[in-house]
Design a protein around this ligand. Structure first.
Ligand SMILES: [Fe+2]
Ligand SMILES: [Fe+2]
Length: 176
């Protein structure tokens, strides 16, 4: 993974990456061979890459894109207990991911909320209202297709490095 992409993910997302719920996301399988957590990291990297390529690099956009990408599928955790079929999972997990975002960050940014709620467009017909939502839905489609093609969204080394960097940044921030 490119250094600039890693730096942006860590700068805006280290709190979420270090959270308990995010750690749990590596324990649930997703699509074919990946985990929810690896899929999320892959989507976030894809979304950030898109932002850099298209000059969407102002502070607010990057912050919203990283936050919504990192939270977009957290609501799917525990799917076997929560949902009885794939249709239910499709329809309900965006809303529950939005709730996870609020709980995790204590924020209710309308652009982040809309991006998370609309990320399954067009399968779930809720149109994204803001650019952050279009970036997320695009990145999610690319990475979901890669998951289905059994191309890992991130390598084991990339995942470990991101988790380590997030931990390091958080401990540096909290030290006096
Ligand atoms: Fe999703
Ligand atoms: Fe996803």
């Amino acid at each position: 993974m490119r250094e600039d992409i890693k730096e942006i993910i860590i700068y805006y997302g280290s709190d979420i990456i270090c959270s308990e719920i995010f750690r749990e996301s590596f324990e649930q399988k997703h699509h074919y061979k990946t985990t929810v957590g690896d899929h999320i990291l892959g989507v976030t990297a894809e979304a950030v890459k898109f932002c850099i390529r298209h000059g969407m690099t102002d502070d607010k956009t990057l912050s919203n894109v990283v936050t919504s990408s990192l939270c977009h599928d957290l609501g799917i955790l525990g799917r076997d207990e929560k949902y009885s079929n794939n249709l239910q999972t499709l329809m309900r997990h965006p809303g529950q991911s939005a709730e996870a975002y609020i709980e995790l960050t204590g924020e209710e940014n309308k652009r982040v909320l809309n991006a998370i709620n609309a990320h399954m467009f067009p399968l779930k017909p809720k149109l994204p209202k803001y650019k952050e939502g279009w970036v997320l839905t695009f990145a999610d489609k690319i990475r979901s297709s890669m998951d289905i093609l059994k191309i890992p969204p991130v390598t084991v080394e990339e995942r470990e490095e991101l988790l380590e960097l997030a931990k390091k940044r958080n401990s540096e921030e909290k030290s006096p």
